[in-house]
Write a protein that binds this ligand. Structure first.
Ligand SMILES: [Zn+2]
Length: 403
């Protein structure tokens, strides 16, 4: 039995006036997904447990079959996993933004979308600066992409790591224009240590030629989203199946790495509108020859939601149908297989960011009859018979035929 899970990120939406109260999923021309819906089962699900922000990290962890309440330790650690940074249980991994601070305020959380090349010079310089000034410095900066980097702090013991991991830190994109000192994360010794590193980074960064040239300088680092390395039970041990993941997004690769999945890098998979859909479909077909399970994630509809571009969102859904869902389902013709299609969370055009609402889902089994649902959109799935359960149960439900 083969299993394929299609994840058009952020594709579900709210009714839009421009299209007479319909949604992008409803108006998109998707013959292949419709076929799956007619032969399968429809309903609603939710991948974001109560108490979590609806991020792609938490939501996709659910879809991959892991309850975030048991396994989610933060965003930083998942990104570290995707780039192969080795950590110990004493390490706390932070997201590290290069920001523009002005008069003590968060002026720009991405320092004018600094380039990776410039940021790399600054990250390496910060390592030299702190190590020279504080021999035995317990932190290390790692260059990521553009303004998105990582910082790993090695605690003396796991108890300290636990304390540091549990401090409430602020996403820099949520505190634009606010005073930084109003958004610090605590008064314990460990919190002060990390905060001192953030503020001291200014001393080094202001001396850098790159920053003197930049209109929007990266004159401080902001550390957040921290956690210890998650201990995901190996997917094969958990479900008895080999799995692969295709995605253009680091966070999702990280989940795959920790779950022991095969990570398939597709040339031209950008995580944006311009992603190479056709290549993703082809690599998906190959991946299913080697694996029992394929998670295939496409970021483009989410990006269109954030950019509030209706046409781009509809186009992304149509491309997914034509170049990914169609060819992969064709390749499985004549075999026993089960499939699901669902967004991780909605990214409504009118809101421009993620919401925690339920998402539509279609589940299909080649050996089961299907229900009355005939299309994959927010309203049509209500004709289906799938009962809503926690999102992380999806994989087990597919295996059990528990629709
Ligand atoms: Zn997402």
């Amino acid at each position: 039995m083969k299993y394929v899970i299609f994840i058009p990120d952020g594709s579900s939406d709210l009714p839009l006036d421009e299209i007479n109260g319909q949604t992008p999923l409803k108006v998109a021309n998707t013959p292949n997904i419709d076929k799956l819906a007619k032969a399968g089962y429809g309903g609603l699900t939710n991948n974001v447990p109560e108490g979590y922000t609806p991020g792609s990290d938490v939501a996709n962890m659910s879809i991959f079959g892991y309850n975030p309440a048991d396994y989610y330790t933060g965003r930083g650690p998942l990104e570290a996993g995707s780039v192969g940074i080795e950590t110990t249980p004493c390490d706390v991994i932070f997201r590290c933004n290069t920001i523009f601070e002005k008069n003590g305020k968060m002026e720009d959380f991405n320092a004018g979308h600094i380039t990776t090349e410039e940021a790399d010079v600054l990250m390496k310089g910060l390592n030299r600066y702190f190590n020279d000034k504080y021999p035995g410095f317990k932190g290390k900066f790692y260059t990521g992409i553009s303004y998105r980097h990582l910082f790993v702090y090695s605690c003396d013991n796991v108890e300290d790591a636990e304390i540091l991991a549990n401090l409430k830190t602020m996403p820099p994109h949520d505190i634009s224009g606010e005073n930084l000192v109003d958004n610090l994360f605590g008064d314990c010794e460990l919190a002060r240590e990390i905060q001192n590193i953030m503020f001291e980074s200014k001393e080094f960064l202001k001396t850098q030629e790159i920053n003197q040239k930049r209109e929007i300088p990266a004159n401080m680092v902001w550390l957040w989203g921290q956690g210890v390395t998650p201990k995901l039970l190996n997917f094969k041990e958990k479900y008895g199946l080999d799995a692969a993941v295709i995605t253009g997004v680091d966070l999702l690769k990280g989940i795959g790495v920790f779950a022991g999945m095969e990570i398939i890098d597709v040339p031209g998979a950008t995580g944006f509108f311009d992603t190479d859909y056709e290549a993703k479909g082809k690599y998906g077909i190959e991946a299913l020859k080697r694996n029992d399970v394929l998670f295939i994630h496409i970021e483009a509809p989410d990006e269109a939601g954030h950019a509030q571009l209706l046409d781009e969102k509809v186009k992304a859904i149509e491309q997914i149908d034509k170049f990914i869902v169609g060819p992969i389902l064709d390749s499985l013709e004549g075999q026993d297989y089960r499939a699901a299609i669902l967004p991780d969370h909605p990214t409504p055009i009118d809101i421009g960011t993620h919401t925690r609402d339920d998402v539509p889902i279609i589940m299909y089994a080649s050996d089961m009859e299907g229900d009355d649902c005939v299309a994959f959109d927010e309203v049509s799935v209500l004709n289906g018979s799938i009962t809503k359960k926690e999102g992380y149960k999806l994989m087990q439900r597919l295996i059990d035929g528990d629709f």
